[in-house]
Design a protein around this ligand. Structure first.
Ligand code: 13P
Length: 253
């Protein structure tokens, strides 16, 4: 099917100017592995400086407002982020859905606004442990995806990230079988909405991905990359994940 692996770091609320050297180092790792699309979603304060030192990695933001401008103290529009140098943005991260009360409708609107401003989008979905334990994960996450998918979603500007909430920052990950089943369920859900375009859309895994588990996760047929938190904060930890993706691309070629 030829989906290019997409490996993206999410620095969350981490990163000061002194860490720009890591951006540069990760940009060099990206340049050494051109088969993989590599990016870093930085705190907004580092987007401008980071985009000057990004090498072959793209720079993304972690959130945007759904409106172009207005009386929204403390918020940033997609257009502002694009002007600062971002080319991608994360929408619907569970840390915003849960703690900031973002709804599926908000996330669809933010994703559409991002596209309007020329940004690519990583739309996040994922279940709580209670939902997983109740055996409802696939249904709940597929419903969440369809409810937050913007109108006209297409693979050339939108990727999905499946991030089980209980796997984020915990060192725990689902079994490979569970990841495979979820990604297949999400692709089927996408196909029900966007037809054949679903085959081109990348579905990333996120949640405690690291250099030790990346090769196994990225070998799963419907896992098209990763959204990586902690292990993306340094080139040393992030490089093995990019290398694992590169090896999968070589194996598929
Ligand atoms: P960790 O890789 O630190 O678990 O974070 C995952 C994540 O939330 C990426 O968006």
């Amino acid at each position: 099917m030829g989906r290019r692996k997409l490996v993206v770091g999410n620095w969350k609320m981490n990163g000061m100017r002194e860490h720009l050297g890591e951006v540069e180092a990760i940009g060099r790792v990206a340049a050494a592995h051109p088969s993989v699309e590599v990016g870093l979603c930085l705190p907004a304060t580092l987007i401008m400086a980071g985009s000057e030192r990004r090498g072959a990695a793209f720079i993304g933001a972690q959130n945007c407002h759904m409106d172009i401008s207005g009386a929204y103290t403390g918020s940033l529009s997609a257009e502002m982020l694009a002007e600062a140098g971002a080319t991608w943005v994360i929408t619907g991260h569970s840390e915003r859905r849960e703690a900031r009360g973002e709804t599926n409708a908000d996330i669809a609107a933010k994703s559409a606004a991002a596209h309007q401003a020329g940004l690519n989008v990583i739309l996040c979905v994922g279940e709580t442990l209670a939902v997983r334990d109740a055996g409802r994960a696939e249904q709940v996450v597929a419903d969440q995806l369809l409810a937050s998918l913007p109108e006209g979603a297409a693979a050339d500007w939108l990727a999905v990230a499946y991030e089980p909430i209980w796997a984020i920052g915990t060192g725990r990950i689902p079994t490979m079988e569970a990841v495979a089943a979820m990604h297949a369920a999400l692709r089927a859900a996408l196909a029900s909405r966007i037809g054949a375009e679903a085959d081109r859309m990348r579905i990333l895994y996120g949640g405690s991905m690291n250099g030790d588990n990346a090769a196994d996760l990225l070998a799963i047929a419907d896992v098209d990359g990763g959204l990586v938190g902690g292990a993306s904060l340094s080139a040393k930890k992030f490089a093995p994940i990019i290398e694992a993706a590169d090896q999968q691309m070589a194996a598929a070629a």
